[in-house]
Each structure stands twice: as C-alpha cells, then as structure tokens.
Write a protein that binds this ligand. Structure first.
Ligand code: EPZ
Length: 417
C-alpha cells in the first residue's frame, strides 16, 4: 500500500510533456500478436498496466523489450493460448487479448476479468459479438474457452458503443475473408489510433471515429513501427490540477480536440491552443457546472468525472454531475466528503449534487480506483494542511509518476511505497 503526503495550497505553475495514452497502448500491445513478427511501439507509457500487458505477452511466448518508452515486441515465438490468471485478474482490460489470440491461434482460454470498483463490468457485448463472427464460446462464468475455427464476416450492431468490445471485434475480424461491419462502435481517439496501427501493418480497416467501421479480411500482416497518441485523461487531470490550485499550466505533445475543452472553459479557465500545446490559466473563482453528464466520446469522458467532482467541490455555486457510463463510479465521493466537500449522492448512486465550499481540509483518504485516486490527489493539492492518501497501486496504473510530475510544477507531495 503506497502513501501520498500532500501539503496543500501550492500553486501549479509550469510546463509538462504529455505521456502516451494507456488506453491506446493496451489494445495496440494486444494487436502485436497478429503478425508473427516484430513491432516497435514508441511513446508507450511507463505505467503498471502497460507492464502487465507486456508480462502477458511474455507469458504467451513473445519476446518483449521495453526501454525509454519504446516497446519492441516479437510475437513470432507465441506459443500459448491460455491467459495467465493472475495477470488477467490484475487488469480487466486483458479481455482485449481475446480478439488477437483468436485471429492468430484460433483459440483462447481466459478467466473472467471480474468487476472492479467502477461497478459491474460485464463482457456480454464482447462475447455476443464474437459469437456473431462464428466464435464457439464455452463459458462456465469462471473461465471462457473460445474456438475460432470457421470465422465468417458479419454486421454487428453494438447496443452500446463499448470501447473494449469494438476493439475485440476489430482484432478478431482482421483476417476474416469478406467484410465485417461494426455499427455504433466506440468513437474514442484510441480506436482511431488502433486503426492507424493496424493499417500500417497492412490491415484493411476504415471508419474508426465514425458510426461505422468496416474491416475487410487480409491474409497476413507485416511488422511495423508506431507512436502512441498522447493520453487525454492524464492531460485533463493536470489541467484540473492547475485550476484547483488557481495556477497555470502548459501541456505539450497534446492533441487538443481529444479533450472536452468546453467543460474546462465552463469552469472559468482561460485556454490558448497552438498546434500540439495547451496553455491554461485558472480562474480566480471556479465556476460551477449546472449539468455535467458522462457520455461516450466525443461527450464528456467518464475517466475525468472524478477529477471534475474534486474541482467542482470548490466552485462558487451548485453543480450537478451524472455518471452514465459505469454503474458505480462513485467511490471517490465518500472520500471527498471527508475533506469537507458538500456532495450529495442521489438515489441512483450515480448522480451527485455538489454545493461548492470555500475551503476543504486535509484528511486521511483511501484511493479505491485509478481515476478516483487521481481525484483525491487533486483535492489534496487544494486542501488546507497535509492530506494523506492510502493507495493500493491504483494511481500508478495510469500515471507514470504523478508526485514527481506535480512537484516539478510546484506541488509538495511525498510518496512512500
Ligand atoms: C475503456 O474501458 C477504458 N479502458 C476505460 O478507462 C474507460 O472508462 C471506458 O473504456 C469508457 O470510455 C481501457 O481502454 C483499457 P466499455 P472498457 O466497454 O472497454 C458496459 C481508465 O480509467 N459494458 O466502453 O471496459 C460497461 O459495464 C479506464 O483508464 C457492458 O455492459 O469500457 C460499462 O458500463 C476505466 N458489456 C460501459 O459498457 C460489455 O460487454 C462502458 O464500457 C462491455 C461493456
């Protein structure tokens, strides 16, 4: 269990280079299984989730090297289709290995990744979609065994634009002769990055980022080199760190339109953009947001909900936030209330009324998930006194070294593992 000791009230003021996107690196690392050769992935973030993904690749028989944010994966020696239980349990998104293992080895055995503190996280959209491609699935609610002997193209309409299910359908259909269509796919930038990676390998895939993706099967894929897009959620977290401390920040190597800039402007920030840089100046007084509802991209991202709630706790007025992507992304609320934030959770357990307060106070907090933990760090930056956050390695799953980065921007954080 790690501990963050944060001395509050220090202004964030400085410039930072953004790291590569966790949620783009993970599916692309899984996709390196497809070509039985070597792929070089640059700007791969040095976080525990990408290391877990690389451990999975190694376990399956691949040769893996990682240095200075570049991963070199050679999947020619892939020799296993049974996923390592302990690693799947550690990282729910290991489910995206299904599609690429089925394409490459025609079978996979994987234990249920299980829910996590965001609520129930079923995989029905993944499994139903794979079945529509002809995958045979044996599922005893503990393990899933899939066989992909005679895959066939199909049109799959997703009832919800699930990011993971979209990725699994793409990876599973890459070699299926004919045309597979995904209607109502996820449109996140990470899906576009996966498409760009696969196209470089020689895949025939188009439409990522729109409401229809078409994959036309090819016979094989080649080795390639790719640079992961910047992490829009890490960027949003640092922008909010500047806002909650009434400071200012310059973030380089960012793709501005990947962020919900309108919501940062609603808080009263001043934003200047140049090609791949954002400069944000915090408002003297943080504005409340009348209604902030999480939606699939390009809507307001669920992965910034917790961090926005921290900032809105200090807004001058009342805000309403509703989490509509996950059914229990609310573990940070109880912790924020300990600091003196005035937040009411409505009966649906996913809507919050936040009455902004003038001050929040240092407390002993427990982080219960990745983005909730980041939200508590933001609260610690603004609280009077020294906040302690107990973290079971959630935050390092998605942030390379958040205390180092924030300290370089003027914060005062000590982290002890
Ligand atoms: C991806 O998770 C991201 N993770 C999440 O980021 C992100 O919050 C989420 O997309 C939504 O944008 C990665 O990319 C590794 P979903 P994923 O399938 O693919 C329900 C972070 O903090 N659902 O779009 O698991 C599901 O329960 C993480 O970086 C089904 O019902 O998300 C949820 O309510 C957290 N059945 C909703 O859809 C399914 O088969 C969104 O899930 C699949 C999903």
């Amino acid at each position: 269990m790690g501990k963050y000791f944060i001395t509050g009230q220090k202004k964030i003021d400085g410039s930072i280079n953004l790291i590569g996107s966790k949620n783009s690196a993970l599916p692309i690392l899984a996709a390196t299984l497809l070509n039985s050769g070597e792929n070089i992935i640059h700007n791969c973030p040095d976080i525990s989730d990408t290391h877990t993904a690389m451990q999975i690749l190694k376990y399956l028989g691949c040769k893996v090297k990682y240095q200075n944010h570049t991963a070199i994966i050679n999947s020619a020696s892939l020799n296993k289709f049974i996923m390592p239980k302990n690693l799947v349990k550690k990282m729910r998104s290991s489910i995206i290995f299904m599609g690429s293992l089925l394409s490459r080895l025609k079978k996979i055995k994987i234990n249920y990744p299980g829910g996590c503190s965001l609520g129930n996280r079923p995989i029905d959209l993944h499994l139903n979609s794979l079945k529509k491609l002809g995958v045979k699935i044996f599922d005893d609610q503990k393990n899933i065994i899939c066989e992909a002997k005679n895959l066939k193209p199909n049109t799959i309409r997703l009832k919800f634009p699930s990011v993971g299910a979209t990725q699994n359908i793409i990876l599973a259909s890459i070699f299926i002769k004919g045309e597979t269509k995904i209607i109502n796919p996820a449109r996140e930038p990470e899906i576009i990055d996966l498409q760009n990676f696969l196209k470089k390998m020689g895949a025939n895939i188009n439409g990522a980022g729109t409401n229809q993706i078409i994959i036309t099967g090819v016979k094989k894929l080649n080795n390639t080199e790719h640079t992961i897009i910047p992490d829009r959620i890490v960027a949003g977290t640092f922008l909010l760190a500047a806002i909650i401390t009434h400071g200012q920040i310059q973030i380089k190597k960012i793709i501005p339109h990947h962020l919900p800039l309108i919501n940062f402007l609603q808080l009263g920030s001043e934003i200047n953009l140049s090609k791949n840089t954002i400069i944000l100046k915090a408002p003297k007084k943080i504005n409340p947001i009348k209604k902030l509802i999480t939606k699939p991209y390009p809507g307001f991202p669920t992965d910034l909900q917790a961090q926005f709630v921290s900032v809105l706790s200090l807004a001058h007025g009342k805000s309403f936030v509703q989490e509509k992507i996950f059914d229990a992304r609310n573990k940070h609320i109880h912790e924020l209330i300990k600091t003196g934030a005035k937040i009411k959770i409505l009966k649906d357990n996913s809507s919050f009324i936040i009455n902004g307060v003038k001050k929040i106070y240092a407390s002993n907090l427990i982080s219960k998930d990745l983005r909730g933990g980041a939200a508590l760090i933001l609260a610690g930056l603004a609280a009077q006194g020294q906040t302690i956050i107990h973290d079971q390695n959630f935050i390092s799953r998605g942030y390379e070294n958040i205390s180092r980065d924030l300290n370089n921007l003027g914060a005062q954080i000590n982290f002890f593992n």
